[in-house]
Design a protein around this ligand. Structure first.
Ligand code: PLP
Length: 393
């Protein structure tokens, strides 16, 4: 029968330990979750500040529905550009300290739309090897020459810039706080290189916005590099607890994206309730700095705890703490051991991360309590013993 390859493909994924399945989550997104019917401590959410169920955001969404209804009816360029979209854009530009901002339906839409609008055939994109899949796909859509430089390797980045034809349009793209390793890009050095070789810079602050920098404005703001970076994008669905994404930069950047970006033009705009909760979220990021302090406190407590259990931790200083296991099957077995002990820490495997670096990607939230972390560390202690036993067996 035509389609037999599907079964074979699935079988192969299972044999390689790369088969993915959906877990069933009930109730709200909080520091604990109901997963497949079991109450567990949630160590794999990007809802870093715990805003996803904030009463102010719930209220904002309800009021928007009462006032504007549910759907937005059309794309932004037709009749779907509602008051709330522009209000959110002004707020996002305000947070980022840029002239303008444009809202996209998600970070994925934003990345594919930006990269394919700014660079075309004959152009050169220099992309960090750990960049997110949405950046990788954006590079493909751009039809440009793509030079992938090893993670945070400035020498190799400079080599790539040197080799690019002088007349070619060039763009360096990097995450600021990397999603799978929790480390920061050497952004000041990257910007210096970009200026030396006449390249544009685009940053993805998906995991930094709301979390790092003054008022949660991100890594670019922390380093004071806003004036030297053309494109700053980030998502509204992670620390901000809502949905959608923004691109912040000069007014002309907004205009070219409105005119060129297919993932902006050819899709129905986000509904008013989503815009209202995102607007409320940006306000909360300013108004509730104690959430960031609680998050950093939790990061330190977890790292100290894991170190005292003799786990070796990498570079991360952030809310994203990878525990590198290596082998994909072993990584999933470890994740399963933790789940049996009431801790949900997701295993991340290729192709999301490079082969041989399968890991638990532990993420913290401002709303984890001391008790949650204590229970989680106990599970890490027990699971470690269990895994060793399996090794010997
Ligand atoms: C999650 C993520 C995106 C995509 O954002 P969504 O709004 O979830 O589509 C883009 N870049 C990075 C680095 C991400 O982690």
């Amino acid at each position: 029968m035509a389609g037999n390859f599907i079964e074979e493909e699935l079988k192969r994924l299972k044999e390689q330990g790369l088969y993915r399945k959906l877990r069933h989550v009930e109730g709200e997104q909080g520091p604990t979750l109901q997963v497949d019917g079991q109450e567990v401590i949630n160590l794999c959410s990007n809802n870093y500040l715990g805003l996803a169920n904030h009463p102010v955001m719930r209220q904002a969404a309800k009021e928007a529905i009462d006032r504007y209804g549910c759907g937005s009816g059309a794309s932004r360029l037709i009749s779907g550009n509602m008051t709330l979209h522009e209000e959110l854009e002004d707020k996002s530009a305000g947070l980022k300290g840029t002239e303008a901002a444009l809202v996209f339906n998600s970070g994925y839409h934003a990345n594919i739309g930006i990269l394919s609008s700014l660079i075309g055939e004959g152009g050169v994109i220099l992309s960090d090897s750990f960049n997110h899949a949405s950046i990788v796909d954006g590079c493909r859509l751009a039809r440009a020459t793509v030079v992938v430089y090893p993670h945070c390797d400035l020498e190799r980045l400079e080599e790539g810039l040197k080799k690019a034809p002088a007349a070619a349009r060039k763009l360096i793209v990097t995450e600021t706080l990397f999603s799978m390793d929790g480390d920061e890009a050497p952004l000041a050095e990257i910007v210096n290189l970009a200026e030396r070789y006449g390249a544009m810079v685009m940053v993805d602050e998906a995991h930094a916005t709301g979390v790092c920098g003054p008022n949660g404005a991100g890594v670019v703001a922390k380093l004071g590099l806003g004036d030297r970076i053309l494109v700053q994008m980030g998502t509204l669905g992670k620390a901000l607890g809502a949905f959608g994404a923004y691109v912040a930069g000069p007014r002309e950047l907004r205009e070219i994206l409105i005119n060129r970006s297919r993932s902006f033009i050819y899709t129905t705009s986000l509904p008013p309730a989503v815009m209202a909760m995102a607007i409320a979220a940006v306000d909360l990021v300013y108004k509730e700095p104690q959430r960031r302090l609680a998050l950093w406190h939790n990061c330190r407590a977890l790292r100290d705890g894991l170190r005292s259990l003799a786990y070796s931790l990498g570079e991360s200083q952030s809310q994203i703490q990878p525990l590198i296991i290596g082998d994909a099957q072993k990584c999933m077995a470890f994740s399963e051991q933790l789940l049996q002990r009431g801790v949900f820490a997701h295993g991340i495997r290729p192709p999301t991360v490079p082969p041989g670096t399968s890991r638990l990607r532990i993420t913290l939230m401002a709303t984890h309590t001391h008790e949650h972390l204590h229970r989680a560390l106990k599970a890490f202690e027990e699971a470690k013993v269990e895994m060793r036993m399996e090794d010997r067996g």
